[in-house]
Design a protein around this ligand. Structure first.
Ligand SMILES: [Zn+2]
Length: 138
């Protein structure tokens, strides 16, 4: 070991203390990625500044367009083949088809969007992205 190695500051906490899979499952349930108890979201999509149960800081997240992108990706890949299949199989009245698939698309999107936001915030927390790795309160 050289003198330079010895004089380095202590290594940051390892990522093992924030396992990815449990954090993602908690995020999908819209719960705090750290404790799984407190609600991550206030209202429909607003992420709380900190967990009401354990106090973990959540304001560092930068989910941005990620949840919307994933929602469109999933809903599109489910609904596009489904509408094709429904049309070929049943030949429904166009207004019936449009009504059913419009409602289904909106409903599925509204269901998935907050859960995927929780997932993305949880991944960022687990991997210590965007300030999640710094000391509390910074
Ligand atoms: Zn918590």
């Amino acid at each position: 070991m050289t003198a330079a190695t010895l004089s380095q500051p202590a290594a940051p906490e390892s990522e093992d203390d924030r396992p990815l899979r449990p954090a993602m499952l908690r995020g999908l349930r819209r719960r705090c990625p750290s404790c799984g108890e407190g609600a991550m979201l206030r209202g429909f999509l607003k992420v709380r500044d900190s967990c009401p149960a354990c106090g973990e800081s959540l304001h560092h997240h930068r989910a941005d367009d990620g949840p919307a992108y994933l929602t469109i990706l999933i809903v599109g890949h489910l609904m596009a083949p489904a509408i094709l299949w429904a049309f070929v199989e049943f030949r429904p009245d166009p207004l019936t088809l449009a009504t059913i698939f419009s409602a289904g698309t909106v409903g599925l999107s509204l269901y998935l969007l907050p859960r995927l936001k929780g997932l993305i915030v949880a991944v960022q927390w687990s991997r210590r992205m965007h300030g999640f790795g710094t000391a509390e309160g910074e």
